[in-house]
Design a binder for this molecule. Structure first.
Ligand code: LMR
Length: 286
């Protein structure tokens, strides 16, 4: 019989996770580039959270030099081993890593824009929580669309479109917008060098992956915000509400009516997003 601490690292990962009670699924662990092919072959959904986290004072873009290469390698593996998988990119900077993934898939001839999604669910989770706090509502009953991207001013909560409808003072709007945009940084600072959000990120990742799986299963009306290849603005990628289905993103919704404050935010977001997207594309093609 094997000791609890024994076995190679991948066996240990599997053993740790095997305490979960997922319905009819099996947990297996894989480690290192040599096991990438085994990890990816036959997958319908691949979630990429890999990479280094921020430390206080860093922006997500400061992670580019390390994380860009990691995402590129993983996407090359996906193109080879499971080219039809839905891909959820969590690794930061998402505004650049999603364009990197797109370029890798294009080069491999496997690109299907419907199957590539940057995960911005944590922005929605935070927005729902902070808005519910102010309104005294249950956060599960609040729906705040968050569009744009996943970094600083590119995170654009559309507070004028909250469901159920509500209204805020301009001070509340400024406070909420800034808190939602800086939610990740708030955690990075609180952890004081020990990384960035883990629990809330895992929660958001599971919520989003579950939505993708529901779409794959054929459930109706699975609508979430995500950073996707898009024609909603003049930028090639943008986060907005999308409908998830059997092929991934089945429909991308327009932004809807935005007020003056949000329009100004949108212009700022697009400027930063354009640079981050371009940075990802040129990295993948160099
Ligand atoms: C987050 O939003 O918490 C993540 O993107 C991690 C980070 O660096 O902020």
């Amino acid at each position: 019989m094997q000791q609890h601490g024994g076995g190679d690292a991948s066996q240990r990962i599997a053993r740790i996770s095997a305490h979960l009670n997922p319905n009819k699924s099996q947990v297996r662990g894989f480690l290192g580039p040599q096991q990438l092919e085994n990890a990816l072959t036959g997958m319908d959904l691949v979630i990429i959270p890999a990479g280094v986290p921020r430390k206080p004072g860093m922006t997500r873009d400061d992670l580019f030099n390390i994380n860009a290469g990691i995402v590129k390698t993983l996407c090359e593996g996906i193109a080879k081993c499971c080219p039809k998988a839905i891909v959820n990119v969590i690794s930061n900077p998402v505004n650049s890593t999603v364009p990197i993934a797109a370029e890798v898939f294009k080069k491999a001839g496997t690109y299907d824009p419907r199957r590539l999604l940057g995960v911005t669910m944590l922005d929605v989770v935070r927005a729902n929580t902070f808005v519910a706090e102010i309104l005294g509502h249950d956060p599960r009953e609040v729906d705040v669309p968050v569009v744009g991207g996943h970094a600083g001013v590119t995170i654009l909560p559309l507070l004028s479109q909250i469901k159920p409808p509500c209204s805020f003072t301009s001070e509340e709007i400024a406070h909420l917008t800034s808190r939602i945009q800086n939610g990740g940084t708030e955690v990075v600072e609180a952890k004081a060098g020990a990384g960035s959000a883990t629990l809330s990120m895992a929660y958001a990742a599971v919520k989003f992956a579950d939505a993708c799986l529901r779409g794959l299963r054929g459930d109706a009306d699975v609508i979430r915000c995500a950073f996707v290849p898009s024609v909603v603005t003049e930028l090639p990628f943008f986060a907005s509400k999308v409908r998830l289905g059997r092929n991934g993103v089945e429909e991308i919704y327009p932004l809807g009516p935005v007020n003056e404050f949000e329009r100004a935010g949108l212009e700022k977001a697009k400027k930063e997003l354009a640079a981050s997207i371009e940075k990802g594309i040129s990295f993948a093609n160099k």
